[in-house]
Ligand binder design. Structure first.
Ligand code: HPA
Length: 235
């Protein structure tokens, strides 16, 4: 069978999915962390692999960038392939001095300036929230997995459609309301979770910082990314 964006047989996708943005990262995760990983879909270069982790079937599939892309894949996985849990693993920009490069944020909520989820319940500002039990489980697994010198935070992120638009005042106002980081997918994922009644969670690594301009090298990104991934695999 196939959907407009996924070409895989129904049983080829596990009911739990780990979802990085980048297809190449999906491939690296599958190769390094799943046993007997098999490529199950590659439509538009969005790679998905199914294998086992600790004896359990798991699919690792990319979301592409931004809410529209993630929303398409997450919705088709839930509706057509019976997926019950999607954990996004990604990177984010720090927007407060409370977070540092390499820290991990378990997103307990996602604000958004995007119109994308506005149409779901007209007239209401939806709260974009993860599955509580999944988030609590991730928090329990988190501290043992964080390298010395880094911290796991639990808090809100901003999911935005813009990567390059500079809005220091907006970021300051969000930080003043407790937001920790900005990224581009979590609110879309949480909206799908609520609409399709599946468990969702986003775990992001701080790869750059909006206040200091610091950025991780690509080797550092890959190394530090392992913390978020190991939490995602644990849940
Ligand atoms: N903005 C949006 N998305 C991101 C960023 C950022 O600064 N860093 C990593 N993903």
């Amino acid at each position: 069978m196939s959907t407009p964006h996924i070409r895989a047989e129904k049983g080829q996708i596990a009911d739990r999915v780990i979802m990085p943005g980048d297809p190449k990262r999906a491939e690296r995760i599958a190769t390094q962390h799943l046993s007997d990983a098999v490529l199950v879909t590659d439509v538009r270069g969005i790679l998905g692999f199914t294998g086992h982790h600790n004896g359990r079937p798991v699919t690792v599939m990319a979301s592409g960038m931004g809410m529209p892309s993630l929303t398409i894949y997450a919705t088709e996985l839930a509706r057509e392939y019976g997926v019950r849990q999607i954990v996004r693993v990604g990177t984010a920009g720090g927007l407060t001095e409370r977070v540092r490069l390499g820290d991990v944020v378990i997103a307990s909520g996602a604000h958004t300036d995007s119109a994308m989820t506005r149409g779901r319940v007209p007239g209401v500002s939806l709260s974009h929230i993860p599955d509580f039990a999944l988030a609590a489980n991730a928090v329990q697994h988190a501290n043992a997995r964080v390298p010395d010198g880094n911290t796991v935070h639990v808090g809100a992120v901003l999911t935005t459609d813009h990567f390059y638009l500079e809005r220091p005042e907006l970021m300051r106002a969000l930080a003043a309301h407790g937001a920790l980081a900005t990224e581009m997918e979590a609110a879309g994922l949480y909206a799908v979770g609520m609409a399709e009644s599946i468990r969702t969670l986003a775990i992001v690594t701080i790869s750059d910082h909006l206040l200091t301009g610091e950025e991780m090298s690509s080797e550092d990104r890959e190394a530090r990314f392992q913390t978020a991934l190991s939490i995602a695999l644990a849940v």
